[in-house]
Design a protein. Structure first.
Ligand SMILES: [Zn+2]
Length: 226
């Protein structure tokens, strides 16, 4: 088994991106086949996070997606870390100042689908679109089939798209980097504390809502997730 960490927000509400502002960037789509499941959503345009503080040293801004300062991206690239792509992003601070020195940080490393040995099942799927709902995970230690892992430093396992993971090498570097505004937990220990949140289903739209199109096709098409 590969030693890994969860890479998450700093668990400080005051540092998170404003939820209402993020919602305004989303477009909701009902099922094209008339399915009764929930709508799927995706963001329109480049990421624009709004925060309720003025601390320009908080270089990672977490909402549903992450904006990372370009200086941090440069350092990650210099260290040779893999498993992420970036796009232009802006961050507006409490004083109204907007910085375009940020990048949307999308984790693109792939560790396949959560194994059935973890307890997870496909509970429901729509015959008319790619919407699916997955069941609770009872044993997170058995979630990842490491043969499916691309070997990249930042990665996730489907359908846990919002629980970003990283290698021990990346975690150790992040801890020593002086970069602020994130938290790390061994294995799935952070998710383990909130495991009840997985008991109400894990609904997901197409993988292309979480990954760039070429990667959604590469990883998702053979699995019917694209
Ligand atoms: Zn549908």
């Amino acid at each position: 088994m590969v030693s890994f960490c969860q890479f998450q927000d700093p668990a400080k509400y005051e540092l998170l991106a404003d939820f209402g502002a993020a919602l305004k960037q989303l477009e909701y789509t009902a099922c094209p086949a008339g399915g009764k499941h929930g709508k799927t959503c995706r963001r329109i345009g480049d990421l624009h996070h709004v925060v309720k503080h003025n601390d320009r040293q908080e270089h990672m801004i977490w909402g549903g997606v992450i904006a990372v300062h370009e200086g941090v991206v440069e350092r990650l690239e210099r260290e040779g870390f893999s498993g992420f792509r970036t796009r232009p992003a802006r961050v507006t601070f409490l004083d109204g100042g907007t910085s375009d020195e940020y990048r949307e940080f999308t984790v693109t490393g792939w560790a396949g689908v959560v194994r059935p040995e973890s307890g997870m099942r496909l509970l429901d799927s729509c015959p008319g679109c790619l919407w699916k709902n997955y069941g609770p995970i009872t044993d997170l230690d058995k979630a990842i089939d490491w043969d499916q892992w691309t070997g990249e430093d930042f990665f996730f396992v489907w359908p846990l798209t919002r629980h970003r993971l990283c290698t021990e090498r990346a975690a150790k570097w992040l801890e020593a980097s002086g970069i602020r505004s994130f938290s790390l937990g061994r294995g799935f220990e952070l998710l383990e504390k909130k495991k009840n949140s997985l008991c109400f289903g894990i609904p997901r739209g197409p993988l292309s809502h979480d990954l760039p199109e070429d990667l959604a096709i590469k990883y998702g098409r053979p699995l019917g997730l694209e």
